[in-house]
Design a protein around this ligand. Structure first.
Ligand code: HEC
Ligand code: HEC
Length: 224
């Protein structure tokens, strides 16, 4: 065997081995994440297996926290790890409350557990969320629908010129760019019942065209 053949063969072996270690450590990461999720009692408030369980308003009100069975399709990974370590309110009001302000007392995880749990949650995907090819952008058509035509703004906070304004009923969309996947926003607006069978937000499927939903998804997923 010549020197060149030898080094390319050993190079291949190195690549195969490092792939093996990478794959097995990613796998161990997901297992650690599930363990940390269970140990911290997260399952007491969060559903991690789909499909959505709630059928009536009573079921929806009994939920103690948002479902996470499609977390990997909804969130950006960089956001999740950081948020679990330092959870700031996303919903201005307490979950399913119209009167109590969110006190921001969500359980916190330490750095390693936060990263492991984020890895585990990112593995929870919903097949309904397809690759939409939507790129976050300052989309003027989306903006007009959001602010004027459908007044999404009446229920959702956004940041305008550095100031937070907008309604308090829904989750804040200020910072949606770092938090939400455009593919999920599109899937959610197109088919909300997959994610929230008991609707709390108006259903825009059939009211907005597919094109308008794509414009909105590009606009929303670009909000800072
Ligand atoms: C006592 C109930 C409760 C427990 C326990 C709990 N959560 Fe939550 N979780 C909530 C509520 C309520 C929200 C909504 C908070 C907000 O909007 O600011 C939330 C939000 C979240 C979100 C964002 C979901 C979204 O759709 O916006 C994630 C991710 C999350 N929790 C993960 C976890 C993890 C991981 C644990 C375990 C360490 C955990 N939670 C423990 C109640 C809980
Ligand atoms: C009447 C109030 C209301 C209006 C109007 C409204 N929403 Fe919502 N929206 C909500 C509520 C409430 C939720 C949370 C749903 C739930 O958890 O059941 C929500 C959830 C969302 C989410 C998911 C956010 C997250 O972090 O989970 C997005 C994205 C969204 N709305 C976008 C829009 C857009 C775009 C429009 C306009 C076309 C709109 N909303 C109009 C109340 C509203």
């Amino acid at each position: 065997m010549s020197q060149g053949q030898f080094s390319s063969a050993s190079g291949m072996l190195m690549i195969a081995l490092s792939f093996f270690f990478f794959a097995s450590s990613a796998f161990a990461g997901a297992g650690e994440g599930k363990k940390a999720f269970d140990a911290a009692g997260c399952a007491a408030c969060h559903q991690i297996k789909g499909p959505a369980k709630e059928k009536t308003i009573k079921d929806a009100l009994a939920k103690k926290g948002p479902e996470l069975w499609y977390a990997g399709s909804k969130f950006k990974k960089e956001f999740l790890g950081g948020w679990l370590e330092d959870p700031r309110p996303i919903r201005p009001m307490e979950f399913y409350s119209l009167t109590k302000t969110n006190q921001g007392n969500h359980p916190k995880l330490s750095g390693k557990d936060a990263a492991d749990v984020a890895g585990f949650l990112m593995g929870l995907k919903a097949p309904e969320v397809k690759d939409s090819g939507i790129k976050p952008q300052e989309n003027q058509r989306g903006r007009i629908i959001f602010v004027k035509k459908q007044s999404c703004y009446g229920c959702h906070q956004v940041k305008e010129k550095g100031v937070i304004t907008g309604g308090l009923t829904g989750p804040s969309l200020a910072g949606a760019a770092e938090r939400l996947s455009p593919d999920w926003v599109c899937a959610y607006l197109s088919n909300p019942r997959v994610f929230k069978p008991v609707k709390d937000m108006p259903d825009y499927a059939g009211i907005l065209t597919d094109e308008e939903i794509r414009d909105l998804a590009a606009y929303v997923s670009n909000l800072n």
